[in-house]
Design a binder for this molecule. Structure first.
Ligand code: OAD
Length: 258
């Protein structure tokens, strides 16, 4: 882990004194749990798979079995994963700041499994399937069978209209859930500190969240394995699972309770 001591000292002071904190996470927060990110050059999903064939409504219309099989494979990966030190530190943070809003772009449930409650999921959830035709929710078995691989799998049928069931995630070209986006933007406007953790910040409108916080006077701290090039925010370069426990312990001492 590279240390930028000035950035770290600032982040500690801001965190210790913050009243309204927004934690905004992306795929990088789950990387240390073994879940691939999207854009890491070698290991990211989009290095191996074409989003146009897997993550759009047209892709599902063209080849539902290809798309459903890929998402079921991701659910199987997730079933074998565990929250890491970053998820645990974020869950602990709620005990130390007066107000915390956790906003994630991730479709996994690792924040919840680490103990975070009321997580705002901007891009949906792998566990919340619904009918592609009538949009009614469709319950999935908790854990897909471990032998599920990224191969074709026919989606189940809706028990109301017999339509095909689709993953409950936001695909390219689709709107984000309105209430979630509104709550996230509001929290960003009111924050005095925003921690942006493990996101490339290239997918809008979610990527507006740190920008909005910054425009409204919040301190913004990026935690990322890659240096984040920004004139106005502070960057901690390294793994989230290392920086976040360190940040909490420095801000709240032994009572950080991780
Ligand atoms: P990306 O894959 O675009 O970015 C992940 C970021 O995490 C990169 O900047 C990495 O450098 C960083 N990273 C990797 N490992 C890390 C670690 N251990 N600690 C800290 N940082 C780490 O993922 P997102 O920004 O989440 O959209 O992508 C945004 C959206 O694009 C996703 O929600 C998904 C995708 O297409 C939908 O599915 C709609």
């Amino acid at each position: 882990m590279k240390t930028n001591e000035t950035a770290f000292a600032n982040a500690v002071e801001w965190l210790a004194n913050a009243r309204r904190v927004v934690v905004f996470t992306g795929a990088g927060v789950s990387a240390e749990s073994g879940i691939p990110t999207f854009r890491d050059q070698l290991s990211g999903f989009w290095a191996q798979f074409d989003p146009a064939q897997l993550a759009t409504p047209t892709a599902f219309r063209n080849d539902p079995a290809l798309v459903w099989g890929w998402y079921e494979w991701r659910r199987a990966l997730l079933a074998q994963a565990h929250p890491n030190a970053a998820h645990v530190a974020i869950a602990a943070l709620v005990r130390h700041v007066p107000e915390l809003v956790l906003v994630t772009q991730n479709v996994d449930d690792l924040h919840e499994r680490a103990g975070s409650k009321e997580v705002i999921h901007l891009h949906g959830s792998l566990h919340m399937a619904r009918c592609f035709a009538c949009a009614r929710p469709h319950a999935l078995p908790k854990c897909p069978s471990p032998e599920t691989s990224a191969s074709r799998l026919e989606p189940p049928r809706c028990c109301h209209c017999n339509g095909r069931v689709r993953p409950g995630v936001v695909w390219f070209g689709e709107e984000l859930p309105e209430a979630e986006l509104r709550s996230a933007f509001k929290a960003a406007r009111n924050a005095d500190l925003l921690l942006s953790i493990g996101t490339s910040g290239v997918v809008y409108p979610a990527a507006r969240i740190p920008e909005i916080a910054c425009e409204h006077g919040a301190h913004v701290v990026h935690v990322n394995t890659e240096p984040v090039d920004t004139a106005v925010a502070t960057s901690l370069t390294g793994r989230a699972g290392e920086w976040l426990p360190r940040l909490l312990r420095a801000a709240f001492g032994a009572s950080a309770d991780l």
